[in-house]
Design a protein around this ligand. Sequence first.
Ligand SMILES: C[S@@+](CC[C@H](N)C(=O)[O-])C[C@H]1O[C@@H](n2cnc3c(N)ncnc32)[C@H](O)[C@@H]1O
Length: 271
Amino acid sequence: MTNPARPVTPLGILAAKLEHIVQQAQSTSLSAPLKQAIEEAYHLASGLDPYLDRCTTPESAALAALAQKTQQEDWSRRFSDGETVRQLEQEMLSGHLEGQVLKMLIHMTKAKHVLEVGMFTGYSALAMAEALPEDGTLIACEVDPYVAAFAQQCFQSSPHGNKIKVAIGPALETMQQLADARETFDLVFVDADKKEYVDYFKLLLDSSLLTPNGFIVVDNTLFQGQPYLSNTHRTANGEAIAHFNQLVTADPRVEQVLLPVRDGVTIIRRI
Ligand SMILES: C[S@@+](CC[C@H](N)C(=O)[O-])C[C@H]1O[C@@H](n2cnc3c(N)ncnc32)[C@H](O)[C@@H]1O
């Protein structure tokens, strides 16, 4: 049994709101041109994601299977039964478009050593591993042992799974241990606790974890639109991302671009 994912991106939320408005507008006395304009706005918003998917190289069979397995899992039950340490949800998975963006970034930068901060069921980790050379490595930080085991099982069915090493524990501790061990990474993908994003960023820039020409790629930097909406609409995570975005923008050590891919992806380069 699969459950439909709820919209968690600015575009997905906009499309869902417009769908609701289209339905409400049917039973009102709005003029026909206004009803048509509302419907056109809905199609403009709701058609984009499926079109991006269709125009993007399909995901591998291993990634498709991992996504399906994630969708079929009863995450609320796992949490209430005490199997996961926090409430996880299928919407955490990055997915086809973002996975392909990450793969392209690995190819374009010729990264060989990658660090992932926040793995969940391993979709982005496996997508990046698929783009790494045979001797490439990826260390994935994940605090939840249940989901770490879930991901490791999925990695076994891919020829690229052996490039991935999972570090179970709080990401900041793992990152500090890696820094102390003088490990370095060409690309770091940040996708764990939104309230810790500032700390991940500071540690990456203040240590030698990032190679001199390395890149930091950060997920959810549009956080459902909350950073650019009035702060009365912000959750604690939305507030944390708004603060993170401000901090990065003001940091003279880096240049960055925020791309409206899924829930926002920021690419950061140390200058
Ligand atoms: C949004 S999900 C990651 C999604 C994944 N990158 C993907 O693309 O499918 C965030 C993950 O970070 C983990 N996490 C949250 N806080 C963490 C922390 N302090 N240290 C390590 N992992 C953490 C959560 O357990 C969750 O699995």
